[in-house]
Write a protein that binds this ligand. Structure first.
Ligand SMILES: [Zn+2]
Length: 98
């Protein structure tokens, strides 16, 4: 929708490149919110190996008529390239409840 028509109301009054903000503590990065893919671990795992990551900042477009919003990224081709190489989202460590 970033340069098109709102799928909700049909308006062409689209605000295309909105940076997402967050009130919490964030890592230092140009894009406050992002998605990330991590390189698969090679087998056998080398003694010294540093996992590579591909990160894509998230942007948002908003309909100026009804407020409908969509996420998109400017780094989509890098993410697709990494995905085709086997990169996947990391799993967050689960918290243990004491
Ligand atoms: Zn709309």
């Amino acid at each position: 929708m970033k340069n098109e028509t709102c799928p909700n109301c049909g308006s062409t009054e689209i605000i295309p490149v909105l940076r997402l903000e967050h009130n919490g503590i964030l890592e230092k990065t140009e894009d406050n919110l992002y998605v990330e893919l991590a390189e698969p671990e090679p087998t056998p795992r080398p003694r010294f190996w540093i996992q590579k990551n591909q990160r894509a900042g998230l942007r948002l477009s908003m309909c100026g008529n009804c407020g409908y919003c969509e996420f998109y990224s400017l780094e989509y081709s890098l993410m697709l390239e990494a995905y085709k190489k086997g990169y996947r989202s990391k799993r967050r460590a689960t918290r243990k409840v004491c």
